[in-house]
Design a protein around this ligand. Sequence first.
Ligand SMILES: [Zn+2]
Length: 476
Amino acid sequence: MFETGIRQLRMAVGTLSGRRLDTRNIGRLVDDALATLAEFGEPGADVQQLIGGGAADPEERLEAANRAVRRTARRLASVSPFYARRFAAISAEVDQLDVAGLRAIPVTTKHDLAERAADFRCTDVAGYLSTRTTGTTGRPAEIWMSRYEMELWPALSALALVLRDELRPGDIMQVNFSSRAVAANHLASAQCRLANAGCRLLGIMAPDDALDSLGEFGTTLLATYPSYLAELVTAARRRGLGPEDFSLRRVTVGGEVLSPTLARAACQTLGVAHVEDTFSMTEVIPVTGRTCSQAHVHYDVSTGLTELLDLETGEPAEPGALGTVVITPYFPYRDCMPVFRYDTRDVARALADEPLSCEMADVPATSQILGKAGDLLHAATGVATPRQLVDAIEALPTAPWPARYRAAVHEGRIALTLPASAIADYGEAAAREHFADAGLDVELSIADDGRARPMRHTRSDLHETSFSAAQALVGA
Ligand SMILES: [Zn+2]
């Protein structure tokens, strides 16, 4: 039954003709997958393509991308006021459009989305739920989603998670995302519902409360941001907690740089084999990326097109060059407020132009995300990325997690300000050497810890108060 269902779904995906998918069928496929796994222990052949994304043959994959780009553009030209104008302005022939021709279409920026949100709403779809971006750059953008999208996305992701054995019936998932990340929270709970797992949406609560909760009710999965994971690990170490205090099987993070030092510490303290580092962004849902064992990010090709564009020229980044990740989610995976060639400003390096040898070699990839384009430091010795800084700071023996710093380029060198606690008992001289060893030419200054907060913002700063965790009111 399951193989038949998968075949039908692949056929539907392969021959999409502008119709939406039947979300109930995908929900049923999750049930079938669970039943098959329960009976046979594995889902059988031929499903990796569906969940990993697309054909292994590059030509076949390009042809599928060309069809999907055309299908998406054709629809936007008729129902998205923003893109109807944009395509008309450059006389784009949407019926002829393909991946190569895409370059003529200007990228869409967060500024476009924030300033002209109403123009992005497609005229043939009713909005059901809105969500706001919770990143640390710029004004939040509000994205509207249709009922169809909110049924489709968790069904597709639950299917992939179940088939990869990453989500099982009986699992309990603790979700520490900002409560305002409505889409991410909704998707997590809907995935759990479809997989017969439990879900605890806790928000960015006091880390000690989150730790208490992690140790309860046999919580097996944790989903959060790297900076909040840093707070949890720090609090757990302070309390002397270790793997025996938790029953976690998987920890998944995304949305920020995860340093190797923090990942290792989280594994040791929480008792998991590794921390999964995923790429996702509200504006480009449902397109996601997964990190492989060789630290590439591989982008799902079935739900969208991912490009890496050179930061200077806007052309495809050459091997080794830095580029910004630009994503086009395809119709019918996105229908209410779609974006086309959305410039995430997340920077990655283009991989060498040679075949990959990792376990996801068939899926297109870039380096890990290195930080936001606006945070790159153009020093005399070359460009330093936020990832380099975070990796180096979080590797300090004082374990200052999540990394707090302020950085700018001053006379060609990186002027780096750290809070005093980051080098306590270690000293400035040793710290300078530490950064030099990491290949960073820094001019170090130290600020009082009280001034550490306004330094680098992280998503863990989105702390939500409660009456038990908040400080007593003055005069109370
Ligand atoms: Zn890889």
